[in-house]
Design a protein around this ligand. Structure first.
Ligand SMILES: [Zn+2]
Ligand SMILES: [Zn+2]
Ligand SMILES: [Zn+2]
Ligand SMILES: [Zn+2]
Length: 245
């Protein structure tokens, strides 16, 4: 027989990993609580001051990437700001073409402490505003951040919103078989051929789509090893409803 098959199955609680993500669900919960607290202090600032939070936020816009300039903040010799990720790529100030120098702007850093910045996925629907210290951590687990293609091997460079992941898989990865139902039989052909390979299929069950991946790793102590991965095509929250058993 040239096509031996490998089969395994699992029950209702099947996955704890979600598309394009690692396991950081707990962290995101914590940052949401912090967001709630910080939000109320910003409202106080906005209500008591004459300039609105939005006016202040606009002062921190990087002229190159339109993301925000966050502490530590450096300015050019004429006082223009540029963000820390754009700055190393520039040979002069993008606003005045003058030398960038090495001048810290502590006053703007102090102002940044009082400003609530929008999440960088605001244009994709995230409505949170956060202190600059919480912003980076939140963006890491924001539900609106683009998902990467869940196919193994990182060959596909697609990224987009969660709701488009299935459409992408169906148009760009047509060869992946989708099966329905809660009993899963995974068919992997040619498992004895040499080399590290992945087998991928989709399973629709429990109202969700799951990507099943069988990974072969060549020759661990002389024998090939197989790893099975189940990923829900969904958010971290949805993934929390499932577990390996
Ligand atoms: Zn920038
Ligand atoms: Zn300048
Ligand atoms: Zn967000
Ligand atoms: Zn893809």
């Amino acid at each position: 027989m040239k096509n031996p098959t490998k089969s395994f199955s699992w029950s209702s609680k099947s996955s704890s990993r979600s598309a394009g993500e690692d396991r950081e669900a707990k962290r995101s919960k914590r940052s949401t609580e912090v967001v709630g607290m910080a939000q109320s202090s910003a409202n106080t600032v906005a209500a008591s001051g004459s300039s609105s939070n939005a006016d202040l936020v606009s002062l921190f816009e990087c002229p190159v990437c339109f993301d925000h300039v966050l502490p530590p903040i450096q300015q050019c010799q004429s006082g223009h700001l540029v963000c820390a990720s754009c700055r190393p790529k520039l040979s002069c100030c993008p606003t005045c073409r003058g030398p960038l120098g090495n001048i810290r702007n502590l006053a703007m850093e102090r102002v940044a402490m009082t400003v609530m910045f929008p999440c960088k996925y605001a244009s994709m629907g995230c409505e949170l505003t956060l202190s600059h210290t919480d912003k980076v951590e939140h963006e890491d687990s924001c539900d609106f951040r683009p998902y990467v293609c869940p196919c193994p091997g990182a060959v596909c460079k697609w990224g987009g919103p969660l709701e488009n992941v299935m459409a992408h898989l169906m148009s760009a990865h047509k060869s992946i078989t989708t099966l329905q139902g809660e009993d899963i039989v995974f068919l992997a052909t040619d498992i004895n051929l040499p080399g590290a390979v992945d087998w991928v299929m989709m399973q629709s069950c429990f109202g969700h789509h799951f990507m099943l991946i069988l990974e072969k790793q060549e020759k661990y102590e002389g024998h090939p090893q197989f790893f099975a991965v189940v990923q829900i095509i969904g958010s971290r929250k949805q993934a929390e409803n499932f577990a390996y058993s």
